[in-house]
Write a protein that binds this ligand. Structure first.
Ligand SMILES: *[C@@H]1O[C@H](CO)[C@@H](O)[C@H](O)[C@H]1NC(C)=O
Ligand SMILES: *[C@@H]1O[C@H](CO)[C@@H](O)[C@H](O)[C@H]1NC(C)=O
Length: 352
């Protein structure tokens, strides 16, 4: 009988070792995958409630439909589903009501009770206009659970902009300034404090007015046009607590022009921005004396440059309408517990 050839001429041990290594590798991979899955499963509930939050826009602001953002991609806020589809009412954890549209449709335009309002659903009143431009505030008491506005004491506070201190701020370079004072205004109303003040100020110093009544803005828009100016008149259309709009954040700060503000009092501005980052009309007893000061700064570079000292530390964020607002509501819902809240006296609070 012929001897069976040995099946492992080179030595079975080596082959076994190879096989063993392959198994070990596979087992290791499997184990790692299992550990990862377990880790993710354990983490999930801790991440604010686990399942996704649906935020329903009852009206799209000003009746203009738009593509809704991916909150995770744009703002690093995960677990959000934004929708303008009213058939999702029953599943929504929050429903947003934009005040201007609510005023237009009247309370009859609110959800009618069928399907019924889920007890844990939050109705959020959303408004970024000032009280002077918010008709129909009466009769809205006891309807909403949260407010969202530019007021710091809102349940969901979304300012028009803010300063933040990045770990490594970009070095600030002041754009070349060839002009003195700019103002962009679209809604010209002789009754507004800002127009009255402008009329007095322009008696003492040249002001370039852009907008519906004035010069046309350059191709690049407000920021590019204003960046050639040393000063910008960040005059609000009405004066109210915390009502500080893109006129300051974008038109002045983003354009690196020193804002001359007319709005709430200086102390109110100082809750949001450094005292030496702006000039307040109240700092001067008259428009003539403000004009004198601006002309002084125009001739004194070191004094002018002091208005930019804060840029060593801070950068400017301009809030973008409306995605950021919608995503902030979602974030607030995810971070909130189950406590019940009802907004009583909406008008009294908002007008205070
Ligand atoms: C995104 O959010 C997560 C969790 O809140 C955080 O750990 C991470 O640092 C954020 N990433 C960025 C780029 O901000
Ligand atoms: C929301 O408000 C309604 C009444 O306006 C109230 O019945 C409901 O309990 C509130 N829900 C929450 C979660 O606060």
């Amino acid at each position: 009988m012929e001897a069976t050839p040995r099946r492992c001429p080179g030595g079975c041990r080596r082959r076994w070792r190879r096989r063993w290594r392959r198994w070990a590798l596979a087992a290791g991979l499997l184990g790692a995958a299992a550990a990862l899955a377990l880790f993710a499963a354990l983490r999930e509930p801790a991440r604010a409630g686990g399942e996704a939050v649906t935020v329903l826009l009852w009206w799209e602001p000003f009746g203009r439909p738009r593509r809704l953002a991916d909150c995770r991609r744009h703002y690093n806020i995960s677990g959000c589903r934004l929708s303008a589809d009213r058939s999702r009412f029953a599943e929504a954890q929050a429903v947003l009501f934009h005040h201007r549209d609510l005023a237009r449709h009247g309370p009859g335009g609110l959800p009618r009770g069928s399907p019924p309002r889920p007890p844990r659903q939050r109705w959020v009143w959303m408004n970024f206009e000032s009280p002077s431009h918010s008709p129909g505030l009466r009769g809205l008491s006891g309807l909403f659970n949260w407010t969202m506005s530019y007021r710091r004491d809102s349940d969901v506070f979304v300012p028009y902009g803010y300063l933040y201190a990045p770990p490594a701020p970009r070095p600030f370079v002041l754009p070349r300034k060839t002009r003195l004072v700019a103002w962009v205004i679209s809604n010209w109303n002789e009754e507004h404090a800002r127009v009255r003040y402008y009329r007095q100020l322009k008696e003492h110093l040249p002001i370039d007015v852009y907008g519906a009544r004035g010069l046309a803005l350059a191709e690049g828009g407000v920021v590019e046009t204003v960046s050639a100016y040393k000063f910008y008149l960040a005059f609000e259309n009405s004066q109210h607590t915390d009502y500080i709009t893109e006129k300051l954040w974008r038109n002045a700060f983003s354009a690196s022009a020193v804002p001359v503000v007319l709005g709430p009092r200086r102390a109110n501005y100082e809750r949001f921005i450094p005292p030496d980052s702006f000039i307040h009309v109240d700092d001067f007893p008259s428009p003539r004396l403000l004009a004198t000061y601006l002309k002084f700064l125009d001739k004194n570079k070191p004094n002018y440059r002091r208005y930019f000292a804060w840029r060593k530390k801070y950068e400017v964020h301009v809030t973008s309408f409306w995605d950021e607002h919608f995503c902030k509501v979602c974030e607030a819902v995810r971070g909130a517990g189950n406590q019940i809240k009802i907004v009583q006296n909406l008008a009294t609070w908002f007008e205070s």
